[in-house]
Ligand binder design. Structure first.
Ligand code: HPA
Length: 246
């Protein structure tokens, strides 16, 4: 049976509240195992798959996530639409802590990650069109769901994907701002590109956890602050996803 929606939870979202008649699927792929068991359950009449990107114990760092296995596993379970939820730092003035953003562009600053399913001789070389990295119709549905549920989200913005796991320097963020980035996070890529290779519909819901380095008043970014803001932002996610499935 197909999956109506797959949700990849980022930092701060390790299970999906409200899922009913839940079963856990331990899927293996030719790329290895996904970050954790995939939890499949029902939200009303809709079937939802949930995967914790960093594992439910949050013991997989952004640069060590097996993005290929994660997307392949969701694909093989029958998912066609995927929402990637990502904790981010805010760069643009209207993207401060606790704000929800549905970005429409990205710039990839990561390195050394496996960025394609095409690997080795004999595999097709895929030059996917990535002009619009997120699926426009899924973004539109997410924005409409937010409006219907009365949840404020910012429509559009450029996600800068950094390697991590460290946070950025002020100079790096200043450069990213000059490049046109509005948000910074560590897990947006290669996830979005791999989803496109599998022809999955994919959109990002970014949760702003902190001002990026040098963007707020604080001299340093504290983890306590990140988690407090994330908890606040994450609390709005289940209602938003439920509205998306209506
Ligand atoms: N930088 C990169 N990734 C992040 C940040 C940040 O400031 N906050 C949450 N994820």
């Amino acid at each position: 049976m197909d999956i109506d929606l797959a949700v990849i939870g980022g930092t701060g979202l390790y299970r999906f509240p409200g899922l009913e008649r839940v079963e856990e699927c331990a899927v293996e792929t030719r790329w290895g195992a996904p970050s954790d068991g995939i939890v499949v359950g029902w939200l009303g009449t809709k079937r939802v798959a949930f995967l914790a990107r960093h594992g439910r114990q949050h013991d997989i760092a952004p640069h060590e996530v097996n993005y290929r296995a994660n997307l392949q596993a969701l694909h093989s379970l029958g998912a066609k639409r995927v929402i990637g939820i990502n904790a981010v730092g805010g760069i643009r003035e209207d993207m401060g802590p606790r704000v929800l953003v549905v970005p429409d562009q990205l710039i990839d600053y990561t390195h050394g990650r496996v960025t394609s399913f095409g690997e080795g001789r004999g595999e097709p070389v895929r030059h996917i069109d990535f002009s619009e990295p997120y699926t426009a119709s899924l973004r539109a549905d997410l924005l409409a769901a937010a409006a219907a549920a009365g949840i404020g989200v910012v429509d559009g913005g450029c996600y800068g994907a950094t390697q991590g796991p460290r946070l950025e320097t002020r100079a790096e963020i200043a450069r990213m701002r000059r490049d046109g980035c509005d948000l910074v996070g560590m897990t947006g890529m290669p996830e979005a590109a791999l989803a496109r290779e599998l022809e999955l519909e994919y959109a990002c819901l970014a949760l702003v956890a902190n001002w990026a380095a040098g963007c707020g008043d604080e001299a340093e970014i504290s983890l306590e602050e990140i988690f407090a803001h994330l908890e606040h932002a994450t609390a709005r996610v289940p209602a938003l996803i439920a509205a998306l499935l209506k």
